[in-house]
Write a protein that binds this ligand. Structure first.
Ligand code: PLP
Length: 374
């Protein structure tokens, strides 16, 4: 998909906000902890390379991504710090892991056995691959289930000349909830894993943003994987108050490209789902579901000159229409997410309208929308 610069729709990414979020988090980390910035899914839609560089400039010491290709993108952009791929990389791709000097996750013994075979066959293996063992303490996703399995995996890695045991980690399922009982159960299980090992690798990590924000005094490990918090979004949505003010890094803006006064009883949009009940000013904005602004956003209100204006009629692929309180000039700024003349629409407001979480909203914004860094 081509990035569409020649129209007024833009996601503005505020460097200062993103840097401050990371810096604030680093400043309050317990002694000995490091912060790896989670920039998977193109930095949660904020741009992986740009946000990684911002994170680096304020003290992040490594990065987490979800896929091998995301890791390669960062390396090719010149990032030299550790990059951990959080999900499983098939053994058949290990030559890339070696070539790009990446850290990867192991979640099963079978993967280790298969990988040893692959690594033996790699002709030009110059450096051993760095492995983080994933313990599944209650997420039910990937990872070893028992301390014994983790111990065995560590022994296999340490006995292998082509592998280095670099990390041990787990992931919490409910760190963003008021009820902390399941969080504590997982923490206890992870502490049992740690206790079963004779020694620990360089990195031990358990914390996503929610754990770092609300369990900072009890989180196991020496590194945090800080994701949504760095983008200025409260991981819990509405459930828990922010530990310190998180500053939303993304704004989504556009402009009115046409303004017209429709007579009473005129239809708006595909399917004519909206009829003007009286004479009304209707504005058109160049953003639609191909930009990730879904059809379900019909009925949501956008900001024009500090006034909330409802999206009327169906959202089209590339455009949508709003009901204006009066005539506005073509070129007037429209805010879809962010502040506008004393009012604000948050990513959470959009998520609430869609019945989802803000993580999904920022990830959904398509590549067609240019990311502009300010
Ligand atoms: N660690 C793992 C394993 C993840 O899957 C994620 C995100 O989904 C994170 C860390 C970062 O989580 P958050 O964005 O909530 O900080």
């Amino acid at each position: 998909m081509v990035v569409t610069y020649h129209r007024p729709t833009r996601a503005i990414i505020h460097r200062k906000a993103l840097r401050e979020n990371i810096k604030n988090e680093i400043d309050r980390l317990p002694e000995g902890f490091e912060l790896f910035a989670v920039v998977k899914a193109d930095g949660y839609g904020h741009g992986a390379i740009a946000t990684a560089q911002m994170a680096l400039s304020v003290g992040a010491t490594g990065f987490c991504v979800a896929t091998l290709d995301e890791a390669i993108e960062l390396r090719e952009a010149g990032i030299t710090e550790p990059i951990l791929v959080l999900s499983v990389v098939f053994p058949s791709y290990l030559s890339l892991v070696v070539d790009y000097d990446l850290s990867i996750t192991v979640a099963t013994k079978e993967w280790l056995i298969e990988s040893q075979e692959v690594l033996k066959d790699l002709e030009e293996t110059t450096a051993p691959i760095k492995i983080h063992i994933k313990a599944d303490t209650g997420m039910g996703r990937i990872g070893f289930l028992t301390p014994e399995e983790v111990k065995e995996a560590a022994e296999i890695i340490e006995a292998s000349p082509n592998m280095i045991w670099e990390g041990l980690f787990t992931h919490f399922a409910t760190a963003d909830e008021k009820d902390t009982s399941y969080w504590h159960k997982q923490a206890e299980r992870f502490n049992e894993v740690i206790a079963a090992l004779d020694h620990l690798p360089r990195y031990v990590h358990s914390s996503n943003s929610a754990t770092a924000l609300w369990h900072d005094q009890e989180m196991p490990g020496n590194m945090i994987r800080y994701g949504v918090g760095m983008y200025g979004l409260n991981p819990s949505g509405h459930e828990l108050p922010e530990t310190y003010p998180l500053k939303p890094a993304m704004e989504l803006v556009s402009e009115l490209i046409q303004v017209k006064e429709l007579a009473s009883g005129e239809g708006v949009g595909y399917g004519k789902t909206y009829d003007t009940p009286k004479k009304e000013w209707i504005g058109t904005i160049p953003i639609g579901y191909a930009d990730g602004w879904l059809r379900k956003m019909q009925g949501f209100s956008l900001l024009v000159d500090g006034e909330f204006c409802e999206i009327v009629g169906r959202v089209c692929m590339d455009q949508l229409m709003i009901r204006l309180p009066r005539d506005f000039k073509v070129g007037t700024k429209v805010t879809l997410i962010g502040k506008n003349n004393g009012q604000e629409i948050t990513m959470q407001d959009v998520a609430d309208h869609l019945g989802t979480i803000h993580y999904e909203v920022c990830c959904m914004l398509s590549e067609r929308v240019p990311r502009i860094y300010q």
